[in-house]
Design a protein around this ligand. Structure first.
Ligand code: SF4
Ligand code: SF4
Length: 648
């Protein structure tokens, strides 16, 4: 056992390390909070659980107000490819789903599920533990189900990060235990107090990715954590496959790209990711959460948080349920002292001001820092840039902070992009060294937000343009199709051979219209006796088409008349005296009675003959006017044209 421990020490000693540009040696202030072991925070009366605690799309609630939930129960499911589910941190009742202030630099509110805890801490049914060497797919699915995100602060969904594309295999896995920002000690305490849990997660990750090299990097200001990990590693016999590397204390060596540079000497490309050079980084707290999910079936519902700063009465590290209001936590650290100047969420370099104590702790919150005026003196008003260049010397990403500041201030977004604004990790080194006290990082955050908003607008405009073009193309296509159909119909009509002059009419042919039309077509077949022009003259073609059309209409009218007559014979003809209202019925009956009376009178007075009466000179017969339309002779009287409805 001792020899294994010696071997790991020797290897750590032998490993070559690189440096990165810039960086700062800052007073670490770790001793304020790292002296006492990890303790579980007490259960708050209610939990405020945000639906979005990760990079990507917010989760979608699967519970409603009034539902009872159990600890570890899924309460919001992941939506879209980049998202993470959310679970109830304790048992109780859902009392609201509404917008609440959440920990974010923007200070905006976001949808949250409020759970009134019942104090029972009753667990939901959890999935069974996985094998010590689980199937990769089962492990990825368990990590996804557990809602695990990067606990170093980025909060990127871990299952996605652990699914590299086949063309980019991962050869080196780096576990980030550097914890370089002053005051923060949550990872330090986790490595000291639960090294077995951390190493169990590291082993799972190593086997999942099948890496050649697995490194755990810890800053050399945490000797107890390094010792605890080495001791546990030696006991489990894994010392030859996992290397613990003590790295120099320099802010921001815990930055992903800076850590890769220190350990491997490689540079991650601008705006690129470590997977592009075959490296993957995970925080040690994320590894511990993976071990919990795999071997205990627990989703990510708690995390370790540092409560520190001289304005807090009892600085310490607590294991806190996600959703616990900050006010509750501060009370468990003795409460805020009278000399509070500002309360930060996060560390002194990358944190942001806590505006509302009702804000909850989320998966991405690692520290609450209460600073006194001595710890956070008022910098005074910002002065003009004196172009000293100190910011560029301190920048660990070798950016030009001064130029970025000028262009961000002028809102020249093309220029800030050209100066690689999105490579800025917002470490704050430039602002700390600036003698003019210019809040440089705030300018960069503003410019990033503007760039993202502009890109979003451009994306929406592009989307609208594509939709418009697709609509225009569709309408043009439909118009073309309509025209083509019309053309085809016209061609079909004009190409139809004309019926021969004097050909039998459809009625005379004794068949249907199809028969008569085909007959007409037959009569226009090319005559074997003489050549027929391939295309008839246009006027002739139109004439024949018209005649064919008329013949078809006549045949259709004849068929309709025949059908009507047949129905009338069977007594099935259409009647307009059905479905009448009682008033209409009475009117019809009265008219019918008058008609019968009139007929009876006429039958008595009229001569008993069927011959029509002789035409009287000067009187035009009704039928003559209607049928021929010939005008009456001058001065002649016309018989009145009366329908039955017009009869008195
Ligand atoms: S450190 Fe401040 S004053 Fe100096 S160049 Fe940078 S922005 Fe200007
Ligand atoms: S905040 Fe950005 S620009 Fe300033 S030192 Fe850090 S990385 Fe460089």
């Amino acid at each position: 056992m001792d020899s294994a421990l010696q071997a790991t020490r020797l290897r750590a000693h032998q490993r070559r390390l690189w440096t990165f540009h810039g960086g700062l040696h800052l007073p670490d202030e770790k001793e304020l909070s790292n002296g006492s072991p990890l303790v579980r925070a007490s259960l708050p009366p209610h939990l405020v659980i945000p639906l979005r605690q990760h990079i990507g799309t917010a989760a979608k609630p699967v519970v409603a107000v009034g539902d009872r939930v159990r600890k570890g129960q899924l309460i919001a499911e992941a939506q879209g490819p980049i998202s993470a589910p959310v679970h109830a941190s304790s048992s109780g009742m859902v009392i609201a789903i509404e917008e609440r202030p959440v920990p974010h630099a923007s200070g905006l509110s976001a949808p949250c599920i409020l759970v009134e805890t019942d104090g029972e801490e009753a667990w939901a049914e959890l999935p069974p533990p996985l094998d010590p060497k689980p199937d990769p797919r089962a492990l990825r699915e368990r990590i996804r189900w557990a809602g695990i995100v990067g606990l170093g602060g980025a909060a990127f969904p871990t299952s996605i990060k652990l699914s590299p594309t086949p063309d980019r295999p991962i050869s080196t896995l780096i576990l980030n235990g550097a914890e370089c920002e002053p005051y923060i000690t949550c990872d330090d305490r986790l490595m000291r107090d639960r090294p077995d849990r951390v190493l169990a997660g590291v082993r799972l990750l190593r086997d999942l990715l099948e890496v050649k090299e697995c490194l755990i990097a810890v800053e050399d200001n945490k000797p107890e954590a390094i010792q605890a990990l080495r001791q546990t590693l030696a006991e489990t016999g894994d010392a030859d496959r996992i290397e613990i590397v003590a790295i120099p204390t320099l802010y921001p060596s815990g930055g992903e790209k800076q850590l890769i540079r220190i350990l491997t000497g490689q540079e991650v490309p601008s705006r690129g990711i470590p997977a592009q050079i075959g490296i993957l980084c995970q925080n040690i707290a994320t590894a511990a959460a993976i071990a919990d999910a795999a071997f205990e079936g627990k989703p990510l519902i708690s995390r370790v948080i540092t409560l520190t700063g001289r304005a807090l009465r009892q600085p310490r590290n607590l294991e806190v349920l996600v959703g616990t209001p900050i006010r509750e936590l501060l009370a468990q650290a003795g409460g805020l002292g009278p000399r509070l100047r500002e309360l930060l969420i996060g560390g002194p370099m990358m944190g942001f001001t806590c505006e509302d104590l009702e804000m909850p702790v989320t998966k991405g919150v690692n520290c609450l820092l209460a600073l006194t005026p001595e710890e956070s003196p008022d910098p005074g008003p910002a002065l003009a840039c004196i172009r000293c260049g100190a910011c560029a010397q301190a920048c660990p990403v070798t950016l030009l902070p001064q130029q970025l500041y000028w262009h961000a201030r002028a809102r020249d977004l093309d220029k800030v992009r050209a100066y690689n604004l999105f490579d800025c990790i917002e470490c704050g080194c430039c602002a700390v060294v600036c003698p003019s006290h210019i809040p440089l990082v705030q300018y960069y955050r503003f410019a990033k937000a503007e760039c993202l908003a502009e890109e979003q607008e451009k994306g929406q405009a592009e989307h609208a343009r594509q939709r418009h073009e697709a609509k225009v193309a569709r309408l043009e296509r439909l118009e073309e199709e309509r025209k083509a159909n019309l053309r085809k119909k016209k061609e079909a009509l004009t190409d139809k051979p004309a019926p021969a002059r004097g050909a039998a009419s459809p009625g005379a042919a004794g068949g249907g219209s199809g028969q008569s039309l085909s007959g007409a077509a037959e009569t226009s077949k090319p005559d074997a006796a003489g050549p027929t022009p391939a295309v008839a003259p246009a006027s002739q073609a139109t004439g024949t088409a018209e005649e064919a059309k008329k013949a078809a209409i006549a045949a259709a009218l004849k068929r309709a008349a025949e059908k009507k007559a047949a129905l009338a014979q069977q007594g099935l003809g259409p009647k307009n005296t059905e479905n009448l209202t009682p008033a209409q019925r009475r009117q019809v009956d009265a008219a019918e009675a008058r008609r019968r009376e009139l007929l009876a009178t006429e039958s008595v007075s009229a001569p008993q003959t069927l011959d029509p009466p002789p035409a009287q000179p000067g009187l035009v017969q009704v039928g003559e006017v209607g049928m021929t339309g010939s005008p009456p002779p001058p001065g002649a009287r016309t018989a009145p044209l009366q329908s039955s409805r017009e009869q008195p």
